[in-house]
Design a protein around this ligand. Structure first.
Ligand SMILES: [Zn+2]
Ligand SMILES: [Zn+2]
Length: 271
């Protein structure tokens, strides 16, 4: 059996990640419509009826657009931090009426089980109420995801360590962002500690994980690319060239770029 991670959709138009052990299926964020989730699950030879739980990273619209619809239609459990729950129930991007019995508050750093998968969460720095990223373990193997983070630190590295497949943000190219059309304040927000990870910072994070890790990282999926300030080839080449210089060949992972509107490469770890 395999523990897998992939996205159904990635980027500012909507994020949705699927982690599966074969027995258990978990969606992380539903930033796309319910219809798009169904299409994405079908494209992956699965079915939304088989989703056991939804985890939410934070309340920005590109992560919760279809959440209310999915909960009303399928009634699966949803997990998020208390700050995120308050925001999606009562804040600017409300998800509408949902059964309160479906909502579970999590505490970052306290793991919990969904089916046969151990889920762990950790805080990330982003301009949201209480944003987190997640790791997933099953049969002694681990995969992890982290998007929407302004920077990484030792704590984030510690949490991502041990994962053999990673889904990581490579949001923008700093030069493109600086030369691009965004207003100054938005450029500053994206670059700030509460913003998004650049291609270069993502490359440095992957380098550190490759060199520190006791396990070999097989696959890294580059995700949440900006439409205006990045290109898939640029994200790929930037991270690849950093790894080429900094990581011995036998420890370099395969790189993949998550497309905006269709399922990504499915990274598999044998369990
Ligand atoms: Zn966000
Ligand atoms: Zn986002």
């Amino acid at each position: 059996m395999d523990l897998t991670i992939c996205s159904l959709s990635s980027g500012s138009s909507g994020n949705c990640v699927l982690v599966s052990s074969g027995l258990t299926n978990i969606l992380i964020d539903v930033g796309i419509s319910g219809k798009k989730v169904i299409e994405g699950m079908n494209a992956l030879d699965s079915d939304p009826e088989k989703i056991d739980a939804i985890l939410v990273t934070h309340e920005h619209i590109d992560h919760i657009r279809g959440l209310g619809v999915m909960l009303r239609k399928y009634g699966m459990q949803v997990y998020a931090t208390r700050g995120t729950i308050t925001e999606f129930l009562h804040g600017r991007n409300r998800i509408g009426e949902v059964d309160p019995g479906l909502i579970n508050a999590i505490v970052p750093g306290k793991c919990f089980m969904v089916g046969d998968i151990i889920v762990d969460s950790f805080r990330v720095s982003h301009d949201a109420a209480d944003p987190v990223a997640y790791t997933f373990s099953c049969g002694g193997k681990k995969v992890a995801m982290a998007t929407d983070l302004g920077f990484y630190d030792d704590d984030i590295v510690k949490n991502l360590k041990g994962a053999e497949a990673l889904y990581l943000e490579a949001n923008h190219d700093v030069n493109m962002l600086e030369a691009g059309p965004y207003p100054f304040s938005l450029k500053q927000r994206i670059k700030s500690d509460l913003g998004h990870l650049s291609n270069e910072t993502c490359g440095k994070l992957v380098t550190r994980l490759c060199n520190d890790n006791t396990v070999r990282i097989n696959d890294v999926i580059l995700a949440h690319l900006s439409e205006e300030n990045n290109f898939p080839e640029l994200a790929y080449e930037t991270v690849k060239s950093i790894l080429y210089m900094e990581v011995p060949e036998d420890r370099r992972p395969a790189l993949h770029v998550a497309p905006r509107f269709e399922p990504s490469f499915v990274a598999k770890v044998t369990i």
